[in-house]
Unconditional design. Sequence first.
Length: 766
Amino acid sequence: MKRRALLLSGLGAAGALVVGWSLLPPRSRLGGVDSLPAVEGEVGLNGWIKIAADGAVLLAMNRSEMGQGVHTALAMLVAEELDVALDRVRLIPAGHDRLYGNVAMFVSSLPLHPNDTEPGRETSVARSGQWVVAKVARELGINATGGSSSVVDAWEVLRYAAATARAQLLGAASLAWKQPANELKVDNGVVSHASGASAHYGELARTAAATPSGTVQVKPAEQWRLIGKALPRVDVAAKSDGSAVFGMDVRPPGLLFAAIRHCPMIGGSVGALDVAAAMRLPGVERVVRLGTYAGSTAALAVVGATGWHARRGAEALQVEWRQRPGGGLDSARILAALEQQAREADATGGGFAFHSRGDAGAAIDAQGARTVRQVYSAPYLAHAAMEPINCTARVAEGKVDVWVPTQVPGLARALAAEVAAVPLDAVSVHVTYLGGGFGRRLDVDFVGQAVRIALECGGRPVQLAWSREEDMGHDFYRPAGVAVLSAALGDDGAPTALRITSAGDAITPRWIERGIPHLAGPVDTPDKTTSEGLFDQLYGIANQRIAHVATKSGVPVGYWRSVGHSHNAFFSESFIDELAQEAKQDPVAYRLAMLKEAPRHRAVLLLAAQKAGWPGHGAAQALAPGRARGVALHESFGSIVAQVVEASIEGGMPRVHRVVCAADIGVVVNPGIVAQQLESAVIFALGAALFGRIDIEGGVVRQTNFPSYRVSRLADSPRIETHLVASTRPPGGVGEIGTPPLAPALANALFALTGKRLRALPLVLA
């Protein structure tokens, strides 16, 4: 059975849209109790909330925890509305109901300019587009943890589900005690009345399940007791005492282990094979030939009694590898081609224009115009998550069990069903903790491999674990990119026109093709991720044209933390500094002058400058000799971040000493987690800015492990300060927003130090 049919059967109405569907209201996201598994002693009140016999609140958790703190943040929303302590909320796995799909992530994929989506000033086109996409996303019900969207998506849904449950529980008490509901009080899940009547949620739940909720309203901000507090994370204890279960910790009875060897050349295949030496080794059970699954390269797997036996067997295989039919890929040639395509499109007005106003070309090309033109570039990057790629699978008696650290359990389930040739409802996916995701685990290639291996294991479970070398050489990489940036400056030095033409592979079409084939069709429509961070910034420049040339290099590309923003922010914010230099103006003042119509951005930039002691903005802080500051401002995932980097040169290498980070993320659910995420994003971005690159020669990735693909180490880590702007707006994203500004802020600091402008990542001084 093909995955297309499996997915459509699993998504129900998503494959049976009929005339008139678009006129129907969006499907409710409250859900019914049938969405939750029936367990004796527990009572479901809607698709998200159950009540345990002891009065604890059970929350169906539909998002993967990969260190970002989402399990805590979402539990806090429910605890707030139900008036219970955070430790009274227990998490249970969400099922595969469409109810648990991520709507916000798909809505945010629309290539809309922030001016068109500002609350109260939305354009009709933006409103209509968001409504339609939200409706389609609700029908598809694709459960994905990504795009910094978890809290954004849950903000209204979970609070409303919890508030509805609270209203039912209070209604049950009101009926039982014959007292007005508005006279009842709740304290940590115990409902009471001045008459002396009292009961905890567990004692009221069965009656509540049959009690109408009436009109439901979520708490106003002035009544919040938990939201806005830095409460301890719910996963701290388990991750401290070792009881937390990651993918590599899964140990079902009878477990076998598998190691993998992909064709070293990306897109290559397996030729002649001699397994004799491997099969003679003790503990080696079998060799399995693997095809391509959801974008993977052909490979061989060796099954052994332990991981060590499997790895030894894999090393002993004698294989003749075959190059891809189109020839070996070469990253240097690809980058050169991207620059040529970007330059040609920039000269001819080519590429897809994501944003255009005025006539940027005429202003820039006008005789006598004061212009600045530069070319910036960024390499391919690997995800390099600390937990190796892994999946445990068992195929027995027509059933499939998969234990996997994944960001997309529904897609993992569909691929497992396809590979095992079983119906979708015969597959159970058990999502473990993720030892880092960063977008790599939005792909499910390794799930297909594990299930295929399990088919050969006679009903015994098998755990597939990739080595670091296999992971580095067979990732879905952050695309390489090139941008040509041009600007015209007026007499006052302010830009009157801005034209940016970029080139690089589009991620979303390739991800859809390999992961969601039932959406295949016109997938090569413009992909927002290619130009995000370029077309969607709010500098007040009268004439603009921001365009992108989408390419197909053949290199497998995927979502990488902050996606297009990760390199496009480096292009745009470094170039803004170049314009300030040309105008002989202070970089902060230069930006502020272009943000007169963007008060939120101004506030964030000013806060960062003040806290960093930038001269002219509050109390200036003197720098130690040999140090300089750089600044960058960037909006991504609905949030705004400014960073000031303080850097020096030590031993010929850049050294970052301090990063001051200011952000407006809307309502802050847990400021402690926000600070953790911004700190982790800074360190993640720092490694990419200083060291990160993937080089491909003859189709083979040259970087193999952390000695050749260096990441930030403890000694590299700067002091990081986080300052948040108070806001009443709904929450924006958090997990990725700290990554984009770091590279340009550092590059701008290095220019201030050396007078040398670095226009290519990673930032190499020599």
